[in-house]
Design a protein around this ligand. Structure first.
Ligand code: XMP
Length: 325
């Protein structure tokens, strides 16, 4: 029979068998999936694992610091932080198409991992090769990237359909048969703290797929502000558990007329997309309290430059996906 303990045991044995005495790296995104995958692999192979956190500049406010602090404190894992902001921004220059963005981000992730691999080898050349890349891929990621049985490709998850064809790493994906709630149970079983295990999902490609239009530094800064306000108010209202996640999206290619202060503005809309879900395969838009929506809207239009409208996405999945891109 199926228990969380048995999954952990089974996966640890499988990871040891697969990796042997070789070394592995694991990309940490700050999300639940990569954290649990890393903790599981660390339990299996200890210091043969190095975690790599890629700061691609598409993170939310405070996220990088949180990974550096909380995850390392919780697991004692070896962590390498790579500042790759310019690299990702350059690669995304002029690109608006969602699938193209996803493929570029997936490819750049791998390029950074390859660079990290070379550095790790250079630092300790006598040890065994760094052959494996650990990813927190879940079952739904595979299905929705078109790898499931007969399912059409909905979008390329950055760690599945977004991988480059010349990938040289061997993949270790200990969560690929699990759904999110099961991953959280495994994380709990491994003793990870609540703040990590109960975190709301956040996609690997980050804010890059929450800007409809070209991704620029300016737009990222603006979206980061709006997102931080929404998260702050949702947490203050005690809605973190009820809401599965609430993407905040910048419609960078859309402008509308507004009146702010004593003048006309021509700014961008911010979309709030609160959803309730069990496994992200389907979702319902969350009927959240008007007062909370009002507070978020007032604060965003007052505090974030170039934004003069906040709109609510009241679409379920299907027909809308959770993320806009
Ligand atoms: P969609 O937009 O497909 O999202 O309804 C389903 C869930 O997956 C997350 N998501 C991703 N997570 N890499 C990830 O790690 C990705 O490329 C990716 N795309 C979507 C999304 O936030 C939601 O929880």
């Amino acid at each position: 029979t199926w228990t969380t303990g048995s999954i952990v045991e089974e996966q640890i044995a499988a990871i040891r068998a697969q990796v042997g005495d070789k070394r592995a790296i694991c990309g940490l995104s700050g999300g639940v999936d990569s954290a649990v995958a890393a903790a599981l692999v660390q339990k299996a192979i200890g210091d043969q694992l190095t975690c790599v956190y890629v700061d691609h500049g598409l993170m939310r406010k405070g996220e990088t610091e949180q990974v550096e602090k909380d995850f390392v404190a919780a697991t004692g894992v070896q962590l390498k932080v790579v500042d790759a902001q310019d690299r990702f921004l350059d690669a995304l220059k002029g690109v608006s198409d969602p699938e193209e963005k996803r493929k570029i981000i997936g490819r750049e992730f791998i390029r950074v991992f390859e660079q990290a691999q070379a550095e790790i080898i250079a630092e300790a050349p006598d040890e065994t090769p760094v052959e494996f890349l650990v990813q927190g891929t879940l079952y739904p990621d595979i299905v929705e990237s078109g790898g499931g049985t007969g399912t059409a490709n909905i979008k390329s998850h950055h760690n599945v359909g977004g991988l480059p064809e010349d990938l040289e790493f061997k993949l270790v994906e200990p969560l690929r048969q699990l759904f999110k709630d099961e991953v959280r149970m495994v994380g709990q079983e491994l003793g990870l703290p609540e703040e990590i295990v109960q975190r709301q999902p956040f996609p690997g490609p980050g804010l890059g797929i929450r800007i409809v239009g070209e991704v620029t530094k300016d737009r990222l800064d603006l979206l980061r502000e709006a997102d931080a306000i929404a998260r702050e108010e949702l947490t203050a209202a005690g809605l973190d558990r009820e809401i599965w996640q609430c993407p905040v999206v910048l419609l960078a290619d859309v402008r509308s007329v507004g009146v702010q202060g004593d003048g006309r503005t021509y700014g961008h809309p911010i979309v709030l997309r609160p959803v309730s879900s069990e496994d992200a395969m389907t979702a319902d838009w969350t009927r959240m309290p008007y007062e909370v929506l009002a507070r978020i809207s007032t604060r965003i239009t007052n505090e974030v430059r170039d934004v003069n409208r906040v709109v609510l996405d009241c679409t379920s999945k299907p027909p809308g996906t959770i993320e806009w891109e």
